[in-house]
Design a protein around this ligand. Structure first.
Ligand SMILES: Cc1cc2nc3c(=O)[nH]c(=O)nc-3n(C[C@H](O)[C@H](O)[C@H](O)COP(=O)(O)O)c2cc1C
Length: 193
């Protein structure tokens, strides 16, 4: 977990200054947001980083971590968990993060987001399929909000096996991430703080 320290450029410790007093008050008033994200090729993690930046622009406190590194969510008021979908399922890094933190997550507000190439066509059917992708995690948590976003596929980046799988289902190549849609959903999360 990140730790803010207050020291001068010369390295000496400073007494708590006005920033160190205001910052915790802001966090209590605004709430702290954690974005925990799984990824295989990085495109969903980029979505998580974008969300963190957008929230910070509005003055909120947002930390972005790889889902596999998240072991303690107790300090956060809202936890956003994201994963791309692979063969209809969230990545294990995301579902394992939920299981590992389940007891605490159940007492928190939690939002999910899922990225998949199928969301290139934003239809109720495609949303429903991605909604199923979180599996047991989704059934255990009952998220306050769920975002479904189109993802990105670059054939030359894929592993040999993934290339075969993707070509077999004729999935389109390209970057279909819709940053406007992602921003809108991200900013809507403020109402859950
Ligand atoms: C092997 C493989 C299987 C995939 N399966 C699905 C799927 O079932 N549904 C879907 O909508 N997208 C699927 N995708 C697309 C990914 O979800 C999409 O490319 C995502 O943006 C990848 O995220 P990442 O870069 O964070 O790993 C699949 C991609 C690969 C390579």
């Amino acid at each position: 977990m990140p730790c803010q320290s207050y020291s001068s450029s010369s390295g000496e410790n400073l007494r708590p200054n006005i920033y160190s007093v205001i910052n915790p008050i802001e966090e209590i008033m605004n709430g702290r947001i954690l974005i925990a994200c799984a990824t295989k090729y990085g495109s969903t993690y980029k979505i998580a980083e974008f969300m963190g930046d957008e929230l910070k622009k509005t003055g909120l406190s947002a930390d972005v971590y790889a889902a596999e590194d998240v072991n303690d969510v107790s300090a956060y008021n809202l936890i956003v968990i994201g994963s791309p979908v692979y063969a209809g399922k969230w990545l294990p890094d995301a579902t394992n993060m939920v299981q590992r933190n389940l007891a605490v997550l159940k007492g928190k507000r939690v939002a999910f987001f899922t990225a998949g190439i199928s969301m290139k066509d934003d239809t109720p059917e495609n949303r429903e399929k991605l909604k199923e992708a979180s599996g047991e995690a989704g059934r255990e948590i009952n998220p306050v909000s769920e975002g479904f976003f189109a993802g990105k596929i670059t054939y030359r980046e894929l592993s040999f096996l993934h290339k075969i799988m993707i070509k077999a289902v004729k999935a389109p190549e390209g970057d279909f991430r819709d940053w406007k849609k992602i921003r809108e959903w991200t900013l809507s999360l403020a109402e859950y703080l």
